[in-house]
Design a protein around this ligand. Structure first.
Ligand code: PGA
Length: 246
């Protein structure tokens, strides 16, 4: 899958142009591999356009609030996201973990309420530069994954996003991605959760580096930030993979 994480970018007009642009570049079968995650305020108009133009692109939200707070000012829960057209939700992105101090107990609540509400969870994990330099990557990832073990998760993907690779233009060595993904897959499989849909890589993906990364056997998808904002660049990344498979 190709997940376009727009973060806090966009406008109604940009979203319309993007969806129509992607629809021109990618046929229905390639569109079915795309999950578009705009800011939550644009989900509804994106959903309407997707229906009107009969596109095959799925929608995801970038965050969720746990259901069990009914008096949570500003909160948006799973049933609201579903009503806006979301099938997926990103949980645990490092930017939210850091800026909003999202800790593991909150992430557990988010995962459980998303799953109960029928959303497919894209759960992000990744180490910081300091943790990498201190050779703590596996320790950190194992701890972050434990939330999945404790949860009542249904369908989910893991997104491995080294924090030092996000928006930096740097990516890990291919052999490191392979090794880390293998370890994550083994760890998740040991939890015996039926709905595991695979693992995506994220962090400074563009159309120049995407082919090599998506060709790795242990990579099932890409979570794309900056390079997803332009429909031509995003579509190129998807088309590159289609060419590999020809
Ligand atoms: P980036 O962001 O592709 O701009 O590095 C990825 C992400 O944070 O999901």
């Amino acid at each position: 899958m190709f997940i376009a994480n727009w973060k806090m970018n966009g406008s109604e007009a940009m979203i319309n142009d993007w969806l129509m642009g992607v629809a021109l570049k990618l046929d229905k079968s390639l569109q079915s591999k795309c999950i578009f995650c705009p800011p939550v305020c644009y989900l509804s108009s994106a959903h309407n356009l997707i229906k009107k133009e009969n596109l095959n692109i799925s929608l995801g939200a970038q965050d969720i609030d746990p259901n069990d707070f009914s008096s949570l000012t500003g909160g948006i829960n799973a049933s609201m996201l579903t009503e806006l057209g979301s099938e997926y939700v990103i949980i645990g992105h490092s930017e939210r973990r850091e800026a909003f101090r999202e800790d593991e107990s909150l992430l557990l609540q988010k995962i459980n309420s998303a799953s109960e509400g029928g959303l497919i969870v894209i759960f992000c994990i990744g180490e910081s530069l300091i943790e990498k330099e201190q050779h703590k990557t596996l320790e950190v990832l194992t701890r972050q994954l434990e939330v999945i073990n404790k949860s009542d998760i249904n369908q989910f993907m893991i997104a491995y996003e080294p924090i030092w690779a996000i928006g930096s233009g740097k990516t890990p060595k291919l052999k490191d991605i392979t090794n880390i993904h293998k370890i994550i897959i083994d760890q998740v499989k040991s939890y015996s959760k039926a709905g595991f849909l695979g693992i995506s890589y994220g962090g400074s993906i563009d159309s120049l580096n995407s082919s090599k990364i998506i060709s790795l056997g242990e990579v099932n998808g890409l979570l794309i930030g900056g390079s997803s904002l332009k429909y031509k660049e995003f579509s190129k990344i998807v088309l590159n993979q289609a060419k590999i498979q020809e």
